[in-house]
Design a protein around this ligand. Structure first.
Ligand SMILES: C[S@@+](CC[C@H](N)C(=O)[O-])C[C@H]1O[C@@H](n2cnc3c(N)ncnc32)[C@H](O)[C@@H]1O
Length: 333
């Protein structure tokens, strides 16, 4: 048995949302883009952002305490994390993570209601799938944040040398696909997602200089014919749908896959052999707060779905953090 946590650990857990909110509000104010132009004093920042000095000094001090800002005689400046990920002008900007988390924050205050009623506590429309362009951008930028973690790991995890084409099904704005294509210059890839995602995809592909090798196909992955490819990637789709939809999606991807090709599920799954994946129960609570179909999926479930879809050599691999890969090969017949 592990030693019990100390009071300081419990205090840390009880107040973890302080860090989250301080960062989210600083991103919302675009403080880090402002500081990217040079250091600034408390007075200058208050004037530029129209803020009150007393709480702002505490906010800036808090951001220094968690290593996001630095402070010296010239004023406040971005630390390396803020400079790399939180300056809007940075090609690696990930501030979108905080926008979606900020939208989710009030939902978490209704966690007990979810537990007592089993009903979602927020409208899924807030994710942007029903035509709200701002909400869709917020969602897509968060998916991009996740891709910054999973994409490089996926690019390194498979042998892509003999592969020429890949489809990322439900690939959002293409963050994961872009990372794989950037690492393997012989590859061409298609991101299949809802038509409303096209402008966000084009923006990213253009920004990364990958527009010629990275294509977008808008459609409904439950209804439309899926494009053929040698690798099919299903990233973070399995927790969003009921079992019937998951098996359908895996079967549709398997059907579109070229013989000899690889079907790859990349997801926040529970792996009974990896206790660290228990964190994915929290990911799932976050899903259930808005999605009545949201369910915890295990590596065992996914492996079964791949086998049912005719895949051979099905295997489970750890990817990064609490993320897993489940892979299978389509027989050549
Ligand atoms: C949870 S996100 C996963 C994004 C990305 N694959 C990842 O790994 O983070 C689900 C994606 O599926 C897309 N999607 C949902 N329903 C769809 C449908 N019926 N047809 C095509 N795409 C769909 C959404 O727009 C969204 O980008």
């Amino acid at each position: 048995m592990n030693a019990p946590a100390g009071p300081a650990d419990l205090f840390q857990a009880a107040t973890a949302f302080w860090h989250s909110r301080v960062l989210a509000v600083a991103v919302e104010l675009d403080l880090f883009s402002l500081l990217a132009t040079g250091p600034a004093s408390l007075e200058e920042l208050c004037a530029r952002l129209r803020l009150h000095p007393q709480p702002t000094e505490a906010l800036l001090g808090g951001l220094c305490a968690i290593g996001i800002l630095e402070h010296d005689e010239h004023g406040y400046r971005n630390g390396p994390t803020a400079a790399t990920w939180l300056d809007r002008a940075s090609p690696d900007y990930l501030g979108g993570l905080f926008a979606l988390a900020g939208w989710q924050f009030p939902l978490w205050t209704r966690l007990r209601d979810l537990l007592e009623t089993g009903q979602p506590q927020g409208d899924r429309a807030g994710l942007g799938f029903d035509g709200d362009a701002l909400a869709l951008r917020r969602f897509a930028e968060t998916a991009e944040g996740l891709a910054a973690d999973c994409g490089p790991a996926l690019a390194a995890a498979l042998d892509w040398s003999a592969v020429t084409s890949v489809v990322d099904l439900g690939g959002a704005r293409g963050g994961t696909l872009a990372t794989v294509l950037a690492a393997h210059s012989h590859l061409v890839g298609t991101c299949f997602d809802i038509p409303a995602m096209a402008p966000l995809f084009d923006e990213l592909a253009g920004r990364l200089g990958l527009a010629e090798r990275m294509l977008f196909r808008g459609g409904d992955f439950f209804a439309d014919v899926l494009p053929p490819a040698e690798v099919y990637l299903l990233g973070h789709l399995m927790s969003d749908w009921d079992e019937e939809r998951c098996t359908d999606l895996v079967a549709r991807a398997a059907e579109a896959l070229e013989p000899g090709g690889t079907l790859v599920v990349l997801d926040s799954l529970i792996d009974p052999d990896r206790p660290s994946t228990a964190r994915n129960w929290l990911v799932n609570l976050n899903t259930q707060l808005v999605n009545p179909s949201g369910s915890v999926r295990s590596t065992v479930d996914c492996a079964d779905w791949l086998r049912s879809a005719g895949m051979s050599g099905v295997q489970v691999r750890a990817l990064v953090g609490s993320e897993s890969l489940v892979l299978g090969t389509k027989p050549r017949r």
